[in-house]
Design a protein around this ligand. Structure first.
Ligand code: ATP
Ligand code: MG
Length: 423
């Protein structure tokens, strides 16, 4: 019988890859806490209706990417394709949005039925940030400063560019929408099938097309920026001024509309040229209208989501990144007595030195073969318990990364001190 394999587009992250993931996750959490953000943990499954109502019916996600199924009682449920809707649902449900300000983050797997390729999977991980209750441009700028700081901490700032746009208010977009439809109606022959359909339902999405054949018709379309009112313009300008003030470089991309319907005013993406067409590693924007759309009171909201797989792929392009998961100490035991004494010794070391990474050889074998495994483990120190050491009540110590070092024998209390000093 053939072995069962994983589902297409849903990947295992193997032990040799997890150190890099953990390294990135740790730095992301640190930077989020630098800005005073709190974690929220959310279900991976929500009612289908939530995504339809928030993301919008005429979007790639709702039209063709959701994993939707009937629960045993007939309710239609969906594996979350993104985190914004669920986060807002939770905050509304628990009354967190009444006259309050929140800065939240979440981390977890998202699910979209897309065509799997490098940087695009059916299960992927996102760090998401959502903030509520802040209308001022300072919070928009804060999210950009936070991400800028994150790329610097991760050593990839040179590899990413910030693209920004403003989508204005819903009213401003409506006027623009008419102008856009009028323009596209004069160029129907240049539109593909998807775009013809969107012309009626969601013409702005045509600007977001990935079809290279439509590059020209999109490039010559009217610009939303020309339709913004004073307030939207001022909001956008304040963000740009703050970025300039604090030395964060950016590009204005007037074609950036983002895939989702709920954005207003600020939208942004951090993009890289090093991952082919899956170049967006972080994307977000302001979605002031969404809270009302989901039944809450009018409120401000802005957030972003960052794709971990793409981030990790980008980290892998760095030459000088060194993330290891090696243990500090590898304990070799040969003989029945040594096995017993060794287990107790390892426990004592972990008690005395709580951050020590100590691995005990539990597979056995000759002294020579255990030394080989010690070397492979990446440990800097091998502790050796053979029959002689046990008989003398001592422990052999050998530095594995120092060719000239000879094994020396120490008493228990000396080993603890030795390890404490050598760290
Ligand atoms: P794309 O245009 O690449 O399809 P998107 O606009 O659908 O992206 P968002 O919904 O904004 O993406 O999600 C935010 C981030 O999550 C993306 O910028 C990307 O880094 C990551 N992401 C989205 N979809 C996938 C996927 N299928 N596989 C891996 N990462 C993804
Ligand atoms: Mg997509």
């Amino acid at each position: 019988m053939a072995n069962i394999q994983a589902i297409r587009g849903m990947h295992d992250i193997l032990p040799d890859q997890t150190p890099l993931w953990q390294y990135a996750e740790k730095i992301i959490r640190e930077v989020l806490s630098n800005y005073g953000y709190s974690e929220i943990r959310l279900p991976a499954v929500e009612k289908t209706e939530l995504f339809k109502r928030s993301i919008g019916e005429v979007t790639d996600i709702v039209e063709k990417e959701m994993y939707t199924f009937d629960d045993r009682n007939g309710d239609s449920l969906t594996l979350r394709p993104e985190g914004t809707a669920g986060c807002l649902r939770a905050c509304l449900e628990h009354g967190l949005l009444h006259n309050q300000v929140h800065r939240l983050w979440y981390y977890g797997a998202m699910y979209r039925h897309e065509r799997p390729q490098k940087g695009r999977y059916r299960q992927f991980f996102q760090f998401g940030v959502e903030t509520y209750g802040m209308a001022s441009a300072d919070i928009d700028a804060e999210l950009l400063l936070l991400t800028d700081r994150l790329w610097k901490r991760l050593g990839i700032r040179e590899k990413v560019r910030l693209q920004l746009n403003s989508l204005g208010t819903i009213a401003e977009r409506l006027v623009y929408r008419e102008a856009l439809v009028a323009y596209f109606e004069q160029h129907l022959e240049a539109l593909d099938e998807d775009s013809l359909r969107r012309l009626k339902s969601n013409p702005l999405r045509i600007l977001d097309t990935k079809n290279p054949a439509m590059k020209d018709v999109v490039a010559n379309a009217p610009e939303l920026m020309d339709y913004l009112g004073d307030d939207s313009r001022q909001h956008f300008q304040t963000i740009l001024d703050t970025l300039t003030d604090l030395g964060v470089s950016y590009e204005i991309n007037t074609r950036l509309v983002r895939g989702l319907d709920y954005y207003s005013k600020t939208v942004f993406e951090w993009v890289t040229d090093e991952l082919g067409s899956q170049g967006t590693i972080c994307a977000g924007g302001r979605y002031d209208g969404l809270i009302e759309q989901l039944g809450g009171k009018e409120n401000s909201a802005i957030g972003f989501a960052m794709g971990m797989e793409r981030l990790v792929l980008l980290l892998e392009t760095l030459d000088d990144i060194q993330v290891e998961n090696a243990v500090d100490v590898y304990l070799i035991r040969v003989g029945e007595q040594a096995e017993k004494v060794g287990l107790r010794l390892a426990e004592q070391l972990r008690t005395e030195l709580p951050t020590l990474k100590c691995q005990v050889d539990c597979a056995g074998g000759s002294m020579k073969s255990q030394f080989k495994k010690a070397d492979k483990s990446g440990a800097t120190v091998a502790l050796i318990l053979g029959e002689n050491e046990v008989a003398r009540g001592e422990i052999g110590v050998k530095l594995l990364r120092d060719e000239k070092s000879e094994q020396q024998n120490l008493a228990m209390s000396e080993v603890i001190e030795f390890l404490r000093q050598s760290r």
